[in-house]
Design a protein around this ligand. Sequence first.
Ligand code: PHE
Length: 452
Amino acid sequence: MENRGSFGSKLAIILATAGSAIGLGNIWRFPFTTGQNGGAAFIIIYLACVLLLGIPGMVSEFIVGRRAQTNAARAYALLGRKSWRFVGYLGILTSTIILGFYAVVAGWCLQYLFAAIAGQLNGDAQYIIDYFQAFSNDPLKPCLWAVGFVLITHFVIAQGVNKGIERISKLLMPLLLILLLILVVASCMLPGAVAGIEFLLKPDFSKMTGDVVLEALGQAFFSLSLGTACLCTYASYFKSDTHLLKSATQIALLDSAIAILAGLMIFPAAFSVGVEPDSGPSLIFITLPNVFQQAFSSVPAVGYVVSLLFFVLLSLAALTSLMSLHEVSTAFFQEELGTTRKRAALIVTVTTSVIGAFCSLSLGAYDGLTFYGEALFDWFDFVTGQIFLPVVGFLTCIFIGWFVPHKIVREEFSNYGELKGYVRYFHRYLFLIKYVCPLAILLIFLHQLGWL
Ligand code: PHE
């Protein structure tokens, strides 16, 4: 059996795990969800969800993974009864499905990156809409980009935990931050940008409804990569002296900061040219290329560079998230089938390429992949985001809070008593994980199903 490997340093742990968390969820989904749900008011609820539910949830997944030092399915079975294995399975299934449809959007980002380089995104508003429609209705192109992105991910994962995940995360994450900061500055310097900044920072509490809370929780889970076994799998590569609570807090704060920065990149530019911020998922592929062009129309070269950097940013963010999704099933197949890492990775790559291709086709080229009026892509998004993630999150809280012996939980939380100052946080954590988190997730879930 090959050595499992482990992350080489604290920095590697933070960057790799933040790489999983920071992705299209932050740069694409967060801004338009914020736009649709009232700006700053949504952000406040979102941050509350991160603090009260997200961080304890992350610590719990970390505890399972680091204690067991194995893939997610085996990890749940090792810490509790055998039957808990199914939570691991559900997490693995979720990450496999997400990998399939996430790769589709990631593929669009790559196509747009090349289009930006070739200067094909120049034209009036109608041209950009037509461009997107022609591209997304093409049967072959988006499929090929999606599969291409899965292949790139494959090559990183096949290199292993250190030479693959760790090395690429250390390289890409700082680059991502630099690119984002450049774009935020460019956007905030535009005339009329203040309106966009205000929209993000001035809360409108009239927009706070039950649905908004629901949306915020779903977004927090997705953005922190919770409920997909990614955190559990990465934690199986953590060292025994890693502070789990501190790391979870740092990663959650970094993830939230990047999401808010993404808002500060998009809204000021959109407001500056008078575009509404709530244009939904098409925001980055239709609204933004337009916004960049108009906003920098006096110096087209700047517009060109900005839109190019923007799609580089998106592609990098997508890659580090896809790596973690891929790793979950690769680790599983490698250990359960007793095969080599390369073979395990290949199984995952082939499976998810097929899922990705079907998801891609369902979005335009092939109507037969539509069920009850919704494309396969949207079904997968719905089932994983609205059902599987909360269910795995809920069960993980119940598992750690009620089934795993508290002695084990405490040992992992405090690194076998090494972290003395952490004892006072332990009781708060346990309270949150036993009562608050499961109850909150349950209420939100029932509300979502229309039963409350
Ligand atoms: N957190 C990633 C993002 O925000 C997406 C993701 C979800 C990655 C679940 C891994 C697991 O884009």
